[in-house]
Design a protein around this ligand. Structure first.
Ligand SMILES: Nc1ncnc2c1ncn2[C@@H]1O[C@H](COP(=O)(O)OP(=O)(O)OP(=O)(O)O)[C@@H](O)[C@H]1O
Ligand SMILES: [Mg+2]
Length: 427
């Protein structure tokens, strides 16, 4: 059956897990301790590091190889202490009584509980670590939140780093061979570079550009261009807000193929967070207001040559206005207005139910299914006609879900259209 390669080629044995040898071996050693009896200390292990480098895969592979049932729990789905106990607590105590099948409890997205107001989740998890009778594996992308200190203390901490480019290329090559696909090293290297050591996204990209064909050349990489947009815009914003001169700020937009109206909205919506000083902010808004007038004129009278005045004002004007920086790092955000328009409540519900189905099949939390897998699945369904049906069956998508995913390509267009509807400068 046609499947998603990330799942098809998920390591089935520990030796198949690429990279991070030290942590992989330390994990195996820790599991061996459990096999000799409950270890006196460090009854939990915390695997941490960026997305798509093999943390979940290692645990699943070990379980498969050594006959463990891996019970997956997503910390991000916990509501309160009672629920934590219900899901983790019970299995962690019962396991030995049941006898026959051995268990590993895998708690993903532990960093998610730190973000919550109530400390109940962390306290409950600490307690479970103390009491567990089965190996407890925690996973987090960022384990350094101060609130997680009590958990870190009790865990064997194992770091997973981004995979090396050569490691990613090697794995892609193996997949190409198994799929019988002809592809040059250059293409695989580009995919690896793009992935920044995230093998999940590299494999997803590879499958997406292949589109069911048996030969893939460099032209196929172009298909990925549009998905880079968001990251490109974030980079441009960073350059704009940090520029020391108008020239540098203006340069941020060079080569960025995005609608200028859209860039304007991104700058406008991020300015309050990025410019903490009220006087600086007032000045920045003044520049933006001026740019807005010019843009309105461009739109109304189609006087494109005015554009070159709007750009330095909306980029350089904002950069120079910003004399004070926020203390600490402030993330750029997707403009809330666009985000809101993009996801109506039915759309949000649809996305949520799709994400739940993906999450169950692919060993992810729904949050991750939304951000890491949904765009790829949509992309594959749109670009590889042959695969749409198989995927729909595999994930048990309903017709309306399929419809939504197949229209996934329209998302970007919709953003632009949505902007028109706000009527910001219709007057
Ligand atoms: N080290 C690896 N060796 C082999 N395959 C890998 C490795 N890392 C990732 N993969 C591939 O990417 C997919 C996702 O990997 P995995 O679920 O292990 O990531 P993760 O580190 O748990 O990421 P996240 O933090 O997002 O949960 C796997 O199904 C597999 O196909
Ligand atoms: Mg994982």
């Amino acid at each position: 059956m046609t499947e998603l390669w990330v799942e098809k080629y998920r390591p089935k044995r520990v030796v198949e897990v690429v990279g991070n040898r030290e942590s992989v071996e330390a994990f195996v050693k820790w599991m061996k301790q459990w096999e000799l009896g409950r270890p006196p200390e460090k009854r939990a292990v915390l695997l941490y590091g960026p997305a798509g480098v093999g943390k979940t895969s290692l645990v699943l592979a070990y379980g498969k190889e050594h006959g463990y049932d891996v019970v997956e729990v997503n910390a991000s789905d916990w509501r309160d202490e009672a629920r934590v106990k219900a899901v983790v607590g019970e299995s962690s105590l019962q396991a030995t009584l049941e006898g026959s099948t051995r268990k590993i409890i895998l708690v993903d997205e532990v960093d998610g509980i730190a973000g919550r107001e109530d400390a109940g989740g962390i306290a409950a998890l600490s307690k479970i670590i103390n009491e567990t009778r089965v190996p407890l594996v925690l996973v987090a992308n960022n384990p350094w939140d101060p609130k997680l200190a009590p958990i870190r203390e009790k865990c064997l901490m194992l770091e997973f780093r981004r995979l090396k480019k050569a490691e990613v290329v090697k794995r892609l090559k193996e997949i190409a061979e198994m799929e019988g696909i002809k592809v040059s090293d250059v293409v695989l290297e580009k995919l690896a570079e793009r992935s920044e050591g995230d093998l999940r996204s590299a494999i997803n990209d590879f499958q997406a550009i292949t589109g069911g064909r048996e030969m893939v050349d460099e032209r196929a990489l172009e298909a990925l261009g549009s998905r880079n947009r968001v990251r490109e815009i974030f980079d441009a914003l960073r350059m704009i807000f940090n520029a020391k001169s108008v020239r540098a700020a203006r340069a941020a937009l060079e080569g960025l193929e995005v609608d200028l109206d859209l860039v304007y909205t991104w700058i406008l919506d991020n300015a309050p967070e990025q410019i903490p000083d009220p006087e600086d902010l007032a000045e920045a808004f003044e520049a933006l207001a001026r740019a807005d007038l010019i843009l309105a004129r461009v739109n109304r009278k189609q006087e494109w040559k005015l554009m070159r005045y709007a750009i330095p004002v909306m980029t350089g004007g904002v950069a120079l206005a910003r004399k004070h920086k926020p203390s600490g790092f402030v993330k750029f955000t997707f403009p809330p207005r666009i985000r809101f328009l993009q996801a109506t409540s039915t759309e949000r519900e649809l996305r949520r139910s799709i994400a739940q189905k993906i999450a169950t099949k692919l060993h992810l939390s729904t949050t991750k299914a939304l951000s890491q897998m949904l765009p790829y699945i949509s992309f594959i369904m749109v670009n590889d006609g042959g695969m749409g049906e198989a995927l729909a069956r595999y994930f048990e998508f309903t017709p309306s879900e399929i419809n939504y995913l197949k229209g996934g390509k329209a998302e970007e267009v919709k953003v632009v259209k949505a902007r028109g509807r706000t009527g910001r400068r219709k007057s």
